[in-house]
Design a protein around this ligand. Sequence first.
Ligand code: FAD
Length: 433
Amino acid sequence: PIAIVWHRRDLRLHDNAALYYALKAGRPVLPLFIFDKDILDHLDDKRDRRVEFIYKEVLKMQDELQKMGSSLLIRYGHPLDVFKELTSEYTIANVFTNYDYETYAKGRDAEIETYLKTVGVGFHGYKDQAIFDRDEVLTGTGKPYTVFGPYSRNWLGKLADPFYLKAYPTEKYFDRLYQTPPTPVVTLDDMGFEPLGENYPKPTVSEKLLSEYQKMRDYPAERGTSELGIHLRFGTISIRDLARQAQETSPTFLSELCWRDFYFQVLDHFPHVEQHAFRREYDNIKFLNRPEDIERWKTGTTGYPLVDAGMRQLNETGWMHNRVRMVVASFCIKHLLIDWRIGEAYFAQKLRDFDLSANNGGWQWAAGSGTDAAPYFRVFNPTAQAEKFDPKGVYIRRWVPEYNSLDYPTPMIDHAFARQRVVEVYKEGLKNY
Ligand code: FAD
């Protein structure tokens, strides 16, 4: 019998918890990746950066494994169907995998675990993508944190123990990989997707960037952030390696990794946030959701240059600077009274580093409805934000070349008017609470 390691958002052989425990258990280990039809069928745009990225990374893994006489099994289908096939093709003792905290993934894993049990196959899950997860960081009374400050103090305190950032030395046991001739490859075309031919950022960050991170990270014209989001999303970099590097050079960067864990545990403990406001009363706010406003926001033609630059950067590259994400999200919700879920869904479709937990956290923060949210009456002024964080307009002109010309629209809404209106609308929505 063999063991299967089912890779999902951990597309690497190095420092991988599930792979390590599978190899250590002693049976021959065959790694597996499933292109999940349930997820892919929901993507309308068949030129999807994430799918292309995953595809490239999966082929890289397969290549690495083939060099060691093994292979990566690559399947396309519904995960349960794939496991049914695999249990008839191979004699499998156990399946090892790393946890995923999204509701869909938790349901899928539970279903597969139940099926595997009926055929006598063990299913084992591990923490790998987070530094601390589930109930590892709780309040004094054993409850999940809903405020970042105290969570991060507790998180940092625990991190003083080097144990948590130790790498899993998978390399030591690679001779236990299941030896097999190369297994067949599915193509992007087989799955109905087209390649974009894009280059993605490297899965590394320089010491220089980390040491200047605190000073530079708020200025969207600079390359002051790591752009590692996509690698963290798909596990093509080890969070432990990265956090150790940050521990030595940049407490501010480490704190961003703490936000990542924070939102994982919010999603894990409060799955209602996927559909609803974390603070339920915020579900009563009456948004306008005017189609023409939504369209102008999406296309970056609002007449607010920082908002427009951000949306165009997102549309063209699949990435947007964090400072600008905050500004465009606030503008969408508060200036235009568009439901945060509409903005959230648009980011989910476009962001190459899309991660349900962080995206939901970011949008609920901007809506004022989330765990550690900005109070609703605090409304970003997009002009003041531009003056402060892009004082020379370098970022704006990069993405909005017609800025300052007659072709550029006047602001679609007056800031003072919008500010007053949103405060009224929120007050009205929240008045019975
Ligand atoms: P860096 O500044 O280099 O940070 C390093 C890593 O830390 C990031 O890659 C990310 O994994 C993590 N991180 C940083 N900030 C946060 C944060 N606030 N919350 C959680 N993790 C964080 N981040 C996502 O990874 N996916 C999303 O879908 C996402 N959607 C967002 C939506 C909104 C409205 C807002 C305001 C923020 C969102 N963020 C999201 C958080 C943040 O903007 C991005 O992580 C960051 O801009 C990615 O760029 P970077 O990799 O250069 O980040």
